[in-house]
Design a protein around this ligand. Sequence first.
Ligand code: PEP
Length: 241
Amino acid sequence: MNLFVANWKMNKTREESRDYARRLGEILGDRDPRVELVIAPPYTALDAARDPGGRWSLAGQNVAAETEGAYTGEVSARMLADAGCRYVIVGHSERRRLFGEESGVLARKLTRVREAGLTPIYCLGETEEEREEGLTATVLVAQVETLGGDPDDAPLVVAYEPVWAIGTGKAATVEDARSARVHLAELLSARRNARILYGGSVTTENARALLDESGVDGFLIGGASLKPAAFAAISGIGGDS
Ligand code: PEP
C-alpha cells in the first residue's frame, strides 16, 4: 500500500492542528483511502493531530538517541510511542545539516526507535555539490550503511530526499527518482519489508507523474502537506490545493 507522510516541520499550533485534522477528516469522510497516511506534527501537536477514527497515524519528527535521563529538551522513543506515534523520522537532512546529526547518532536513534516498537522513516539523499561531483550513488551507499544494525525483517521506510530538492521548488525528475529508487532497492534487497519514498518539493502538480513513473511507494511531503486538501490530493484522495 502506498504511503504518504506529511512532515509539518516547525509549523502549526494545537488549534491549527485540530483545524487541519478536522478538515482532512471531512475530505476523507468514511471512504477507504486505499493508501496509508501519516502526519508528523511538532511534538506539542501530536495529540491535536490525531485521528480518533484511525484514518491516519502519527510520526515523530525526531527522537533522542538515549533511552531516558538527564537530556534536557530531548524526547525519547518510548515517549513518542506513549503519545500515539507509530513512526519516527530519522536522519532528515535538516537534522543532519542544521543539527550536525551524523551516522553514529542516527544509528543509536534507530536502535531506540526499534526498542520502542516504532518504525523508522529513515531519510537520505545527496547534496547539490555531491550530485554535481557524480557522488549520488556513493552517498546513498554510505547512508544505507547506517541501517547496518537494523533488523532485516523489521518494517522499514526509507525516504530518498535529495537535499537540493527539499523546500526549493525544484523536485527531482522522474528519472532521478527512479534511478535512486532502483539503486536503493538493490542496496536494501535483504529487507523484505522496506518501502521507498521520494521527498523534495512534491506538489499537487508533479505528484502523479513522480508516483506513477518512478515506481516509488509514496512520498514524504513538507511544504505542500501543510494544507489538508493538498496533502489529500497528492495522496490521490481528492480535494484541491
Ligand atoms: C521534507 O521536509 O521532507 C520535504 C520533502 O520538504 P518539501 O516537500 O517542502 O520539499
